[in-house]
Design a protein around this ligand. Structure first.
Ligand SMILES: *Cc1c(COP(=O)(O)O)cnc(C)c1O
Length: 427
């Protein structure tokens, strides 16, 4: 028994499924999850001292590689000043200013502790601001695990086959209208019928929780136009895409200005942080300025704020990394497609900046949920286990995005393609 297997057995005694977030349990790929003890640059090291090239990056935050020193140093300096005061600190303003500078659609923002809190609070604000109850989301998009948003959701909900969770009251779920990603006609039809009851559209501007699916030409602009026409709030959930597909997120990449944006993952530099922000006119409805209530004991805690500020400062000082990330994602996905083709394995792929997706399918492109879920997940599971053997750590689900990091070298990527060529022959 490996040490990871021993630790997993021990974990299951007091932790449901042995994990604190379900996809980590490896249920859809089989085998036992790897327990890690250390990360450095492009690599993770497990409890059995095996080294892996990592394409998860803690699900996004480690865009500059593991143990990135400027972030670690900022956290260490903050640590010595005390862990938190439950009162304002200067660094909260510095991080807020930085975010507003990077994303001009955000005029004001509120810090929270996770992406889930950010999206939950943003839809409450949209409802409070418009006085409407209904919200529109898209099938396969994941916006965290709050009740209203856990309807036909992606990520772990999709991996485990429970996109509609028990425990979400039907009376609440009925206010969530779920439409097909990239189908703007359906959005227009829906708004033509009940647009004046819809508080907001919430969308992942690049879908990263049903594998990686890009927005079709005109889709995001179409959402912007429809929200303008019906006075609904357009929320871009950039928890994953923010500071990842481009410094200014998908909104910068596609040139669309949402009313509200939700952030998470990279904004915390690896520590738990989320944020939501946008137009001043809307944000002023949040307590204490307005009546929409939202609060958090540890929100804006100095450790997380310092980590986030160091991260965003480093990223904004190196804007060229986004093109490099895109080039690396392209090299990897094209390389994987080529060796898959050579082995007779049907594969298609997507990428944008530091995000990429591979789909085991004979479809030439994947643009929506039904296509994503018709891919060969059994084959993915075999591929996954083979790659793990070769020392390549991918997200343990066919429905998760791959994350490229600045620390991942050309050699690492070539090693990954070589490993895949070997594994594809066994599929
Ligand atoms: C990860 C993610 C969330 C949830 O964030 P947590 O910090 O896990 O609560 C929400 N939206 C998107 C798009 C995400 O990728």
């Amino acid at each position: 028994m490996s040490r990871s297997e021993q630790l997993f057995a021990a974990a299951q005694v007091h932790i449901p499924g042995g994990v604190n977030s379900p996809v980590r349990a490896f249920q859809s790929v089989g085998g036992s999850p790897i327990f890690f003890k250390r990360g450095e640059g492009a690599y993770l090291y497990d409890e059995d001292d095996q080294r892996y090239i990592d394409y998860v990056g803690s699900w996004g935050p480690m865009i500059l590689g593991h143990a990135y020193q400027p972030v670690i140093e900022a956290v260490k300096a903050s640590l010595d000043m005390g862990l938190g005061f439950g009162a304002p600190t200067e660094v909260e303003t510095l991080l807020a200013d930085k975010v507003c500078e990077i994303m001009p659609s955000i005029e004001m923002l509120r810090m929270v502790n996770s992406g889930t809190e950010a999206t939950m609070s943003a839809i409450r604000l949209a409802r409070g601001y418009t006085g409407r109850d209904k919200i529109v989301k898209f099938e396969g998009c994941y916006h965290g695990h709050s009740d209203s948003l856990l309807v036909k959701a992606g990520s772990g909900a999709l991996t485990l086959g429970v996109p509609n969770s028990p425990g979400v009251p039907a009376s609440l779920a009925e206010h969530t209208i779920t439409l097909d990603y990239n189908n703007i006609d359906l959005v227009a039809e829906t708004f033509a019928k009940i647009g004046n009851q819809i508080a907001c559209i919430i969308v992942e501007p690049v879908a990263g929780n049903m594998n990686c699916i890009l927005p079709a030409a005109g889709f995001l602009q179409g959402l912007r136009d429809i929200c303008d026409q019906y006075d609904s709030v357009l929320i871009f959930d950039e928890v994953m895409t923010g500071f990842r597909v481009a410094l200014g997120g998908a909104q910068a990449e596609f040139g669309i200005k949402p009313d509200l944006t939700t952030l998470g993952k990279i904004i915390g530099g690896g520590l738990p942080v989320g944020a939501f922000g946008g137009k001043k006119e809307i944000m002023q409805h949040i307590a204490p300025l307005g009546p929409v209530y939202q609060a958090g004991t540890l929100s804006g805690n100095p450790l997380s704020m310092h980590a986030g500020l160091a991260m965003l400062t480093a990223l904004s000082e190196k804007p060229e990394i986004y093109q490099q990330l895109g080039a690396k994602s392209k090299f990897l996905t094209q390389g994987l497609e080529a060796v898959a083709y050579a082995a007779g394995v049907d594969l298609t792929s997507t990428f944008i900046g530091g995000m990429f997706g591979i789909f085991f399918t004979d479809q030439t492109s994947v643009t929506c949920f039904s296509q994503a879920t018709s891919c060969d997940t059994e084959r993915f599971a075999r591929f996954y286990r083979g790659m793990l053997q070769e020392g390549i750590y991918l997200a343990p689900s066919a429905y998760e995005t791959g994350f490229m990091s600045v620390a991942t070298s050309q050699t690492n990527i070539e090693e990954t393609i070589t490993a895949a060529a070997k594994v594809f022959k066994t599929l």
